[in-house]
Design a protein around this ligand. Structure first.
Ligand SMILES: [Zn+2]
Ligand SMILES: [Zn+2]
Ligand SMILES: [Zn+2]
Ligand SMILES: [Zn+2]
Ligand SMILES: [Zn+2]
Length: 218
């Protein structure tokens, strides 16, 4: 058994299970945590977390072999008896250190943690980590969050909003209009030049025809 392979941080550490039973079946020998999304070796039926066996098959000396029975590893689904025992466990939410007191059934753990009110989100303004239940209150008052002026699209931090005065805003809009006018002028000049060269070409062609007729009359 490759004990040196034990991962530092299992997905589900054993101390998060309130009612652990049959640890010889339900604990992954690669990470020493509770089996998570388990699969098994067809030969010896030992179960591993999907991510643990994946890592094993990248990092092991001979990745073709089962970490337990050392014959060629062929994967099969985790035995139903083990998934049944796992489904009876209750797990302490990962966000307990942030205040969540939920203890949820093994099968609902992922859904709970995805929507847990104590999960943290990073504020895009001050980059502080805020628990989800307090996030909106923080985000809509955080002085570092960037705001966009609806009139001129200027971007500034909330704490600098009063520096974006009506006067500044109108100046920006004026410059934007100037730029627009210049672009329109450039386009129109381009069209005028094209027309001029077409007219010049027409005049030349007419002159050539008139000259040819003169020559033939003479
Ligand atoms: Zn594992
Ligand atoms: Zn095996
Ligand atoms: Zn929670
Ligand atoms: Zn913030
Ligand atoms: Zn503005």
């Amino acid at each position: 058994m490759a004990t040196s392979f034990i991962r530092d941080s299992p997905y589900l550490s054993k101390d998060r299970i309130t009612d652990l039973a049959h640890p010889e079946l339900t604990v992954c020998s690669l990470c020493n945590g509770l089996l998570w999304l388990p699969v098994a070796c067809e030969k010896c039926e030992t179960s591993f977390c999907t991510s643990c066996i994946k890592t094993w098959r990248i990092e092991a000396e001979d990745p073709r072999l089962c970490p337990k029975c050392s014959t060629e590893y062929i994967q099969r689904p985790c035995p139903g008896a083990i998934t049944h025992i796992l489904s009876t466990f209750n797990i302490i939410c990962h966000y307990k250190p942030h205040g969540c007191s939920a203890i949820v059934p093994y099968k609902s753990l992922e859904t709970h943690e995805e929507t847990c009110n104590y999960r943290q989100k990073t504020c895009p303004g001050c980059e502080e980590k805020i628990i989800r239940m307090h996030f909106n209150a923080h985000y809509y008052t955080c002085p570092s969050v960037l705001l966009t002026c609806p009139e001129c699209n200027s971007i500034y931090q909330r704490q600098n909003a009063d520096q974006h005065t009506d006067y500044k805003c109108l100046r920006v809009q004026l410059n934007q209009l100037r730029d627009q006018m210049m672009r329109i002028e450039q386009i129109q000049n381009g069209k005028l030049n094209l027309l001029e060269s077409q007219i010049r070409h027409l005049i030349e062609t007419i002159e050539q025809i008139v000259n040819r007729q003169r020559i033939s009359i003479n």
